[in-house]
Design a protein around this ligand. Structure first.
Ligand SMILES: *Cc1c(COP(=O)(O)O)cnc(C)c1O
Length: 354
C-alpha cells in the first residue's frame, strides 16, 4: 500500500532500519549523547536561538494539554478553522479554562482582522491558539500575520504545527511563538508516539507562576531534566533514534533542497488534481502544500473514492468528520516519491472515469 495519508505516514527506509537498534538505558551515556545531539539538530532545523526544545513522550495532542496547563491560568482564545482547532478549544475547556472561540466557516482562514477585532473585545485572554495547517480542511492559516496581531495585543501564542513542521519551513522563535508543537507521524516521516515542543522564555516564565500544572507535562520539570540531557520519564528511544536519523538525512541533503523537494511534490499533486478537473474545498490562496482537501465530484462520494483507491493499492485520507461524504484528502507527508505521485494520480483518474 502506498500512503498518501494525514498521519501516520510512510516512513523513510533509513528510519525503519534505525529503529532496529538494541535498547539502552535512558539514564546512560549513550542516551545522553543521543538526546543532546537530537535537540541540537532540531534547534538547527527550526532555527531556534532563544526557545527551549523538548522531546515529549506523547502524541501531539499532549502538547495542547501541556500548553494549557503550563501557561493559562484562567482564559484563552482558540481560533477554529476546522476539527483540530476545535479540539484545542475542547482541551482548554476540559482543563477548566474559560475558552473564547473565534470560528470561521470550514475551509476559510482566520484573518488578522478577525483576530484583532476579537482580541480587542476580550482583554482577559492570556493566550491565543492557532492551527497553522488545519489538516481536516487542507488549510494553511496566515501564521506570520496572525502572530503579529497576537504580539501587538501582548498575548502568548500557541501554534499547532502538527501537519506543517518538517513539510513547510517554520521558525517559531523568529515568529515569536510561545509554544509550538508537532508530532513524529506527520511531515517528519516517523512512526507515531513522539511530540516535539518549542517553548519560549516567556512561556517558561508563565509556567513558573501557574499553579496545579500536574506532573507529567510540567515544562519546568522538562527543563530540569533537559539540563541532564534527559526527559523526566522513559522516552520512546527508538523514535528519538529515528528522528535523529531523519535530521541527519536532512542535513546531508541540505535543508533548502529538502524543502524544495517537499514543495515540488506538493505542486505535482496540486497540478494533477487540477488536470483531473477536480476542485479543492479550501479557500483559494490558503491551500496547504502538505494536505489537499478535494471536493468529491458529482455521482461519487469521498468515501467511495477512498475505498476504490485502496483496492488499487493507494491509501488516501478520508474527509474529516462532517466532510466525510463531500470530500476526500491526499496527504503530502513523509516518504513519498515523484513516481508514486504519478501512479496515484493515474489511478485516481481511472477511479473517477477520467
Ligand atoms: C494529526 C493532528 C493532530 C493530532 O495529533 P495526535 O498526534 O494524534 O495527537 C493535531 N493537530 C493537527 C493539525 C493534526 O494534523
Amino acid at each position: 500500500m502506498k500512503l498518501f495519508t494525514a498521519g501516520p505516514v510512510a516512513c523513510y527506509p533509513e528510519v525503519l532500519e534505525e529503529m532496529r537498534h538494541q535498547m539502552f538505558s535512558h539514564r546512560s551515556e549513550e542516551y545522553h549523547r543521543l538526546h543532546r545531539d537530537t535537540v541540537e539538530r532540531l534547534r538547527w532545523f527550526l532555527e531556534i536561538e532563544d526557545c527551549r526544545v523538548f522531546l515529549f513522550p506523547s502524541s501531539s495532542t499532549g502538547l495542547m494539554e501541556a500548553s494549557v496547563r503550563n501557561c493559562v491560568e484562567r482564559c484563552m482564545l482558540c481560533t477554529v478553522s476546522g476539527e483540530f482547532g476545535e479540539r484545542y478549544a475542547k482541551v482548554g475547556e476540559a482543563n477548566g479554562r474559560k475558552v473564547v472561540i473565534l470560528q470561521t466557516e470550514p475551509g476559510k482562514p482566520i484573518t488578522p482582522e478577525l483576530l484583532d477585532e476579537k482580541l480587542s473585545k476580550h482583554p482577559d485572554v492570556e493566550a491565543v491558539t492557532v492551527t497553522y495547517c488545519e489538516t481536516s480542511v487542507g488549510l494553511l492559516n496566515p501564521l506570520p500575520e496572525l502572530a503579529k496581531v497576537v504580539k501587538e495585543h501582548e498575548k502568548l501564542l500557541f501554534v499547532d504545527a502538527v501537519s506543517a513542521m518538517g513539510g513547510i519551513e517554520i521558525h517559531p522563535d523568529e515568529l515569536g511563538v510561545d509554544v509550538c508543537f508537532a508530532g513524529s507521524q506527520k511531515c517528519l516521516g516517523l512512526p507515531p508516539g513522539l511530540a516535539i515542543a518549542v517553548v519560549s522564555s516567556k512561556a517558561m516564565e508563565k509556567a513558573e507562576l501557574v499553579k496545579n500544572k500536574g506532573w507529567y507535562f510540567d515544562f519546568k520539570r522538562f527543563e530540569r531534566s533537559q539540563m541532564k540531557n534527559e526527559t523526566p520519564t522513559t522516552p520512546p528511544i527508538p523514535l528519538i533514534l529515528a528522528l535523529n536519523r531523519v535530521l541527519r538525512m536532512i542535513e546531508e541533503r541540505g535543508k533548502r533542497e529538502y524543502f524544495r523537494f517537499y514543495s515540488r511534490r506538493g505542486k505535482r499533486i496540486a497540478d494533477g488534481i487540477r488536470k483531473l478537473g477536480l476542485t479543492l474545498f479550501t479557500e483559494e490562496g490558503y491551500e496547504s502544500p502538505t494536505i489537499f482537501c478535494i471536493n468529491a465530484p458529482p455521482g461519487i462520494s469521498g468515501i467511495e473514492i477512498y475505498e476504490r483507491m485502496r483496492e488499487r493499492g493507494f491509501e488516501l485520507a478520508r474527509g474529516y468528520g462532517r466532510l466525510k461524504e463531500k470530500t476526500f484528502r491526499i496527504g503530502n507527508m513523509g516518504y513519498i516519491t515523484l513516481e508514486d505521485i504519478d501512479s496515484m494520480l493515474e489511478s485516481l483518474g481511472e477511479v473517477l472515469g477520467i
